[in-house]
Design a binder for this molecule. Structure first.
Ligand code: IMP
Length: 185
């Protein structure tokens, strides 16, 4: 009931509620804590979508971590990938020899992550691992490295918990499907 009462205008259906997200983050964090007992990893968040996930994930972890961010061109006000990816903001850190943990909000076609991993690999980090909160069950998506997945979801456009439609809805604490009448194709 709580979710229904708090549901934002335009939201048709809650796909993953707040408790499920936070519970899964605790599980992922426990696994990451075990993995990074030695050297602190550099968590690389992809702006703006991964901000909610990265900040909750790092606070659920107990090992020391560093964080950095990259911004990559997004879909703008469209719900379809253009396949055009470019760096809008680069990392502040040198990553050669580092253990990277790339934190992504969602893997849809896989194009964005594929491009990002290619850029990062060329800088010779010691290791790259990828954690994505969501992965869509998408026919025809490209094969891309994802080591940990929060939730696998159907091939629908979703918003909330960092994910936007035309810049909005990132602040929702849950993952939701929008009312289709709001979406311009
Ligand atoms: P991909 O390149 O198609 O894998 O898409 C990756 C990026 O597109 C994500 O990091 C998101 O920023 C955005 N994106 C993909 N699917 C959705 C969605 O359902 N809602 C909101 N943003 C999405």
């Amino acid at each position: 009931m709580a979710n229904l009462e708090r549901r934002a205008r335009g939201v048709a259906r809650v796909l993953v509620d707040e408790a499920a997200i936070q519970g899964r983050i605790r599980e992922l964090a426990a696994g990451l804590d075990r993995r990074y007992q030695g050297e602190p990893p550099l968590m690389v968040g992809v702006l703006n979508g991964a901000v909610a996930f990265l900040t909750d994930l790092m606070r659920a972890m107990t090992v020391p971590v560093e964080i950095d961010f990259m911004a990559i061109s997004s879909y703008g006000a469209s719900t379809k990938s253009t396949g055009v990816v470019r760096i809008l903001k680069d990392l502040n850190n040198e990553i050669e020899g580092r253990q990277l943990l790339v934190v992504e909000d969602i893997v849809d076609s896989g194009l964005t992550l594929d491009y990002l991993l290619d850029v990062l690999r060329r800088r010779n980090p010691a290791e790259i691992r990828v954690v994505a909160l969501l992965k869509k069950e998408k026919p025809g998506a490209i094969e891309v490295q994802v080591d940990e997945i929060g939730f696998t979801i159907p091939d629908e456009f979703v918003v909330g918990y960092g994910l936007d439609y035309a810049g909005l809805y990132r602040n929702l604490p849950y993952i939701a499907v929008l009312d289709p009448s709001l979406i311009k194709s």
